[in-house]
Design a protein around this ligand. Structure first.
Ligand code: FES
Ligand SMILES: [Fe+2]
Length: 357
């Protein structure tokens, strides 16, 4: 079961160039993305209405795509506009089109009822061209259900055990629990960690031996996380009584934007960026940004190995006993929110939203 009436991240905007036909499967639906002549992106079902050939291995012709099996041509609304060898085009000769938009350097696609596609539901993030940050980004595929990746990003106690070589954080990540607040479409996670060793990604940028670390993020359906992290001199946590630091320049500051998109039940695509802030005390550089994303890539490979192994075990024993622990709080709440929205979508009388299967 998937939430359909929501915006899924389909691609980084740079993945769709002027002549690209990009194939992406999202919630088991094969899609093809391409840019029209005016630069805007269109999304069509990647399955020709003639004999089901993928349009993504077809040919882009202006604002249209031609299936390169028998030559049917479809405009960006999915309407067939040419059938070689015949003049009449039956009205049912069409493929489904999907609402699509670009924001925050991502291409977003709405998989549900097009009439309900509300751009206000796009979770806030930060675009690569924001001058306050130096962004690097990428994506990887997981052979695992997206909920397992959501779970991973909602419990950073695993940083201590899974990422000692990459992120190199202290053991407090597995001992000091964050504040978790349920939101209408997700959860908010906030955390101070005082007196921390310098994590690998900012090693060498400060003379301090220990730092107070503050991080906070909203995790919103269907799986979008924007986390801000900053570091301060020891004692800063006490100064703010454990609340959010305001009016003080951090030693370092960074933001990461991440999105998990379900491809199918056992396949997910993970989009990630990471960017140091140019206004932090310790400064900011391309080298710092390059070093950070290299560390992130290493860490996400560590995650991938663990999550895919976990997925394999769950496939072998789907009903195996799973004992809850305190650090499951945020991920349990996120699963609850997502389940609730999926149920509401399936029962339109509970919610005015209608669903297109
Ligand atoms: S399958 Fe597309 S034209 Fe025949
Ligand atoms: Fe991780």
């Amino acid at each position: 079961m998937y939430l359909r009436n929501c915006w899924y991240v389909a691609a980084w905007n740079y993945e769709i160039e002027a002549d690209t036909l990009l194939a992406r499967t999202i919630i088991n639906e094969p899609l093809v993305f391409f840019r029209k002549e005016d630069g805007t992106v269109a999304a069509l079902q990647d399955r020709c209405c003639h004999r089901s050939a993928p349009l993504s291995i077809g040919r882009k012709e202006g604002d249209a795509v031609r299936c390169m099996y028998h030559g049917l041509k479809f405009d960006s609304s999915g309407k067939c506009v040419e059938i070689p060898g015949q003049d009449a085009i039956p009205p049912q000769a069409c493929v489904r089109s999907f609402p699509v938009t670009e924001r925050y350097s991502w291409v977003w696609v709405w998989m549900g009822d097009p009439a309900l596609a509300d751009e206000n539901l796009i979770p806030p993030a930060v675009a690569h061209d924001d001058p306050n940050w130096i962004f690097r980004s990428g994506s990887i595929e997981y052979a695992a259900n997206y909920q397992l990746v959501n779970d991973n990003l909602l419990d950073f106690s695993h940083l201590t055990f899974l990422h000692p070589n990459s992120f190199g954080v202290g053991s407090d990540w597995a001992h000091i629990r964050p504040k978790v607040t349920r939101l209408e479409r997700g959860v908010r996670v906030e955390r101070w960690l005082p007196n921390q060793p310098i994590p690998n990604h900012i090693r060498g940028v400060t003379d301090c031996e220990l730092l107070d670390l503050w991080s906070h993020y909203d995790y919103l359906v269907p799986g979008v996380m924007v986390m801000y992290s900053s570091s301060y001199p020891q004692g800063t946590l006490d100064k703010f009584n454990g609340g959010a630091p305001t009016g003080i320049q951090p030693i370092t500051s960074d933001v990461t934007c991440q999105a998990i998109t379900p491809c199918g039940d056992e396949q997910s695509r993970y989009f990630f960026s990471w960017a140091p802030n140019v206004h932090a005390q310790a400064g900011c550089s391309d080298e710092l940004a390059d070093g950070m994303i290299a560390i992130a890539r290493m860490a996400f490979e560590e995650d991938r190995l663990m999550i895919e192994s976990q997925a394999h075990n769950l496939k072998m024993a789907p009903n195996a006993k799973q004992v809850a622990i305190a650090f499951d709080n945020a991920l349990s709440q996120m699963r609850w929110v997502l389940d609730k929205l999926i149920k509401e979508e399936a029962q339109p009388q509970l919610n005015s939203a209608s669903v297109v299967a």
